[in-house]
Design a protein around this ligand. Sequence first.
Ligand code: FE
Length: 258
Amino acid sequence: MILLSLQSMKLMKLVPNAVRMSSTLSRDSNFFFRQLFDSVSSTYTYILGDLNSKEAVLIDPVIEHAERDANIIKELNFKLLYAMNTHMHADHVTGTGRLKSLLPGCKSVIGKASGAQADIHLVDGEEVTFGSHKLLTVATPGHTNGCLTYICHGQSLAFTGDTLLIRGCGRTDFQEGCSETLYNSVHQKIFTLPNHYTLYPAHDYKGVTATTVGEEKKYNPRLTKSLKEFIQIMDNLNLPYPKMIDKAIPANKVCGLY
Ligand code: FE
């Protein structure tokens, strides 16, 4: 088993841009992928694993489903290394803290710029390793300061959190939201990936489960526009105050253990 910690920096090395663009067209036979859903907040949680080493990671768990997620991991005989967040969520409480007690040995992970507590704070360019697979951390601020996109170049896929949703994007009207920053993150860090890369967001409200870079570059109704038009769209969404925000943000600052 390989443990990732702030001290074991050799596992989280800076990767040059040229290496970041390498990709393959098909998934390895030892790559495990499972998408799970929370119908209350329409949140997707992802379990990724290496079927040979049995090491796994979990992205964006929801506290109410921590037992469900832990049971799947136990039944499939995985060893959960990291319970990771793409950002400090405002619409649900993270399951990372509870998963640490359900699956002893697993570490909580979040972006350093989130300002939230966790065992591991990632910054742009660091890698998370499970078995023979790697997730590259890419800073994609705009929805929040600490938003990260996790890219698995080996399997041609990325987990975009709330930075890029399917035919949409995260809100920029609360936390540290900034429309211009989000627009630049998407155009510079996500739309520069190969068109065939599959994108998995943190949410979908219409039952769609995934998209690709090429589709979003063509059909995203907000991010295909100019920066000026995008800012106008985001300034005029007139969305209601998020129901869970006053509970979720204080809880998520401490890994959901409040
Ligand atoms: Fe969010």
